[in-house]
Design a protein around this ligand. Structure first.
Ligand SMILES: [Zn+2]
Length: 266
């Protein structure tokens, strides 16, 4: 899940450009690299795009301007994502050969590149050493600490949770749900090892879950925790029921809830 290559690249960039202050400023990085920034209203669904302008021999990043009412957090991630296409060698070579990279969802055939650029963005904005510091000697974070990290580093809570999961040694999983149905399920390596690797998209959240309760109260940015079991969340696993702790956070838009499941005795 973790790319050492991308992690090292991001560390080098922050150090070399002197951009070690937090939150990391992707605009300042782009400016130092003399990348042209072109904020404007590019319409619904557009996040960002980087191009190499051949006559001028300049890179340019198009992204949604502040007046388009896109959140600052989203703009920062988009910029960091486009910087990934600039800094990762194979992406940059493709750009220099006149391949304009468009990050609009659904238009990008090269999913591998998109994933790498997302991973780059998360590594750039959530530095490894900062993550280590916050995980402490327990090597663990709860939902409250993940939300705090997201707010401090100005990244989205799902981005912070996914980044944390890349390093989590605990038996745990992140679940993103919408309107009470699972959208995606990311288990940690040790969670996979005990057979809790899958949760089908579209699966209904357990009726007694905190995630479902948050949905009913239509609360926003609220955390609720509750004790649960693998039986409730992974009914297909019929042997050796394990106790789980569910920590859920209402993202406050679109019926979306982020859930952290941890096995707390195994
Ligand atoms: Zn992209």
């Amino acid at each position: 899940m973790i790319s050492v290559r991308i992690e090292t690249l991001c560390e080098d960039i922050r150090k070399t450009l002197g951009c070690t202050a937090l939150p990391v400023d992707p605009k300042a990085i782009a400016q130092q690299e003399r990348i042209l920034l072109e904020p404007d209203d590019y319409g619904n669904g557009f996040d960002g795009r980087i191009e190499f302008l051949l006559p001028e021999r300049l890179f340019v990043i198009y992204y949604q301007a502040e007046y388009v009412q896109v959140s600052e957090v989203r703009v920062r991630f988009s910029l960091a994502h486009e910087l990934g296409h600039f800094y990762i060698d194979s992406h940059r070579e493709a750009l220099c050969q006149g391949y304009a990279h468009d990050s609009e969802q659904g238009l990008m055939a090269d999913k591998q590149r998109e994933r790498e650029a997302d991973s780059f963005a998360a590594s750039l904005l959530i530095p490894r050493n900062e993550l280590d510091r916050r995980m402490g000697s327990m090597r663990f974070m709860d939902m409250g600490q993940i939300v705090q990290m997201a707010d401090d580093l100005q990244v989205s809570v799902p981005a912070a949770a996914i980044r944390y999961f890349g390093y989590a040694e605990e038996k745990c999983a992140v679940i993103l749900s919408k309107d009470g149905k699972v959208k995606c399920h990311l288990p940690s390596d040790s969670m996979r090892e005990i057979g809790l690797a899958f949760m089908k998209p579209g699966t209904q959240l357990p009726p007694k879950s905190a995630a479902r309760r948050l949905l009913q109260t239509e609360s926003s940015r609220e955390i609720q925790g509750i004790e649960s079991t693998t039986n409730e969340w992974y009914p297909q696993r019929t042997y050796n029921t394990l106790p789980l702790y569910e920590d859920s956070f209402s993202l406050g838009y679109d019926g979306r809830v982020l859930t952290l499941l941890s096995v707390w005795k195994a």
